[in-house]
Design a protein around this ligand. Structure first.
Ligand code: OAD
Length: 231
């Protein structure tokens, strides 16, 4: 038996749009009515931690009302024939809920909190968990497990490794404006086919096959292409 082709998929907010989670750049710099830098930056958190806790409590609660869509499901189904790795900028858990088994979260996870004094100490929480700046777990004050703007992206290094080992690389639903995530493409080996599904795609180098469609429709089309071309 030959090894399955390694399919590395980089996803952004657009893949969750059809599940009812709003994207960032489609909302004029507001994230659910809040200025992004108030709720998603290290400065914003230092200025008003209570607001930031409240904001992520709301985002976490909203996860209870959404479901994975067909695009998430197809990524899971592709595991039968491909060695699929998902690298997501999303903080929702829709890839996991759709069944994807190898998911790397570049920007953190809503369903985790972490110790303020130790970024490697995290705890899983439920959609109904509410935290405040005073909340303590095992004696540690906690914060949302989110990579804020102005902070390092610890999972970037392993993500570049995955990108470099891809036999096929796919980008879905990201504006490609937030770094370092947008730079992952540059780690893909020369000659490796790259596909980009987005109804309003950002700029990509020549040679990338752009599928100008929403994630559900674009993924259905791409799954057909992948099975015909690479199996
Ligand atoms: P953006 O909001 O910047 O981009 C969303 C992309 O999804 C755009 O290119 C849209 O055209 C596309 N899109 C919209 N609807 C779609 C659909 N139905 N199917 C497919 N694509 C669709 O989101 P990201 O690129 O993910 O960081 O943003 C990157 C980071 O910026 C986020 O991870 C977040 C944010 O600040 C943190 O939270 C740390």
């Amino acid at each position: 038996m030959t090894a399955k082709p390694r399919l590395v998929i980089s996803t952004g907010a657009g893949i969750s749009a059809e599940s009812g989670i709003r994207t960032f750049r489609d909302a004029d710099g507001l994230w659910e009515e809040y200025p992004v830098m108030d709720v998603a930056s290290a400065d914003g958190f230092a200025r008003n931690p209570a607001l930031v806790h409240r904001f992520y409590n709301e985002r976490r609660r909203a996860l209870a009302d959404v479901r994975p869509n067909r695009a998430h499901e197809i990524l899971h189904e592709l595991e039968r024939d491909f060695d699929v790795y998902v690298i997501t900028q999303n903080v929702d858990d829709l890839h996991e809920r759709a069944g994807s088994t190898k998911v790397l979260h570049l920007h953190g996870e809503l369903l985790k909190v972490r110790a303020l004094d130790d970024e490697n100490l995290t705890w899983a929480v439920g959609t109904d968990t509410e935290t405040t700046p005073e909340t303590r777990i095992d004696g540690h004050r906690v914060r949302p497990h989110i990579v804020f703007f102005q902070e390092a992206v610890p999972m970037f290094e392993p993500a570049t490794q995955l990108a470099a080992e891809a036999d096929i690389f796919v980008i879905i639903g990201t504006s490609l404006v937030v770094y370092p995530a947008a730079a992952l493409l540059h780690y893909v080996r020369r000659g490796v086919p790259v596909y980009y599904i987005d109804p309003n795609p950002g700029e990509v180098p020549d040679g990338v096959t752009v599928i100008r469609k929403k994630a559900t429709e674009g993924m259905a089309e791409l799954a057909e292409i992948l099975r015909h071309k690479y199996l």
